[in-house]
Design a protein around this ligand. Structure first.
Ligand SMILES: [Zn+2]
Length: 281
């Protein structure tokens, strides 16, 4: 999956420090990221601090993000393509299909941090400019004391099973035409298991039992932390599809389920695990 970058190790402890010459710079613009791509292999890299013009002047504007192995990654507020020869802005989603995977993961994860920093430049309470905490990943308002931590939106992906069958669906009105599992965001005041029960009832009208956790996945494209669960239908297995959300949903036998060409998503892994009969029971 997207976050599986072994043998590389992601360190997100907040230890801001000055960039090294080799540190990576991540720069985003309207759903795009600045990167260097070698064709035709698709191998990517990012600009390094040493390539930054007038870097001593700009060093203070960089925001420390995280470290992978020994490499530090910084957010560069603004850059033009011609600031870094050989680099161009590419769609963030294209990072699902490139390698090395640990750099793709860095670009995707940095995007979530970028969006958070971008949307926290001014205080939501009093409108004054926000400042960076020196000790933790926090933005605070010097004027009124309001502070904010990075925001994650928890959501569930649910494999509803009935013996050898699994519910798969397709979203209504989306270009994405692969099969999906039932999914949805947690609401305030409910447990993540309640989210499973509510989303399944809302989208396909089933009661479920034996809810068992499978795995989680950070999905930074949408600022989400996904929790994958399997569960069993409880009673009547007739699907009542909410067509405002889903184009279709049906029961599929294990033998009918195929991978969807891209192994980076938790949804795809859960489908494959079920197809092989290896889901948690
Ligand atoms: Zn304020």
């Amino acid at each position: 999956m997207i976050q599986d970058i072994a043998p590389h190790i992601y360190h997100n402890e907040y230890h801001p420090s000055a960039p090294a010459e080799d540190s990576y710079l991540l720069c985003y613009q309207e759903g795009k990221i600045l990167l260097r791509q070698k064709e035709p292999e698709g191998e990517i890299s990012f600009p390094r601090f040493r390539e930054l013009k007038e870097k001593e002047e700009h060093a203070g504007e960089l925001i420390y993000l995280f470290t992978i192995d020994e490499d530090r990654f910084y957010l560069l507020g603004s850059a033009e393509e011609n600031d870094f020869p050989g680099c161009s802005f590419q769609e963030i989603r294209s990072l699902r299909l490139v390698h090395p995977q640990y750099l793709a993961f860095a670009g995707i994860t940095g995007y979530q941090l970028f969006r958070w920093y971008e949307s926290r430049r001014y205080c939501g309470c009093c409108g004054a400019p926000m400042a960076h905490s020196r000790t933790e990943r926090q933005m605070y308002c010097p004027a009124c004391g309001h502070y904010e931590y990075p925001v994650l939106s928890p959501a569930v992906i649910v494999g509803i099973t009935n013996g050898d069958r699994l519910v798969m669906s397709k979203y209504e009105g989306r270009a994405f035409t692969n099969y999906a599992l039932i999914a949805g965001y947690a609401e305030i005041g409910e447990t993540i298991e309640d989210t499973v029960r509510r989303e399944v009832m809302e989208e396909v009208g089933l009661r479920v039992k034996n809810i068992r956790y499978y795995k989680s996945q950070p999905w930074s494209f949408s600022g989400t932390l996904l929790f994958g669960f399997f569960c069993d239908v409880d009673g009547d297995d007739t699907l009542t599809v909410d067509h405002s959300e889903l184009a279709m949903a049906e029961w599929f036998h294990r033998s009918e389920i195929r991978g969807q060409g891209n192994s980076s998503s938790l949804t795809n892994e859960m489908m494959l695990v079920f197809a092989e009969g290896k889901e948690p029971r």
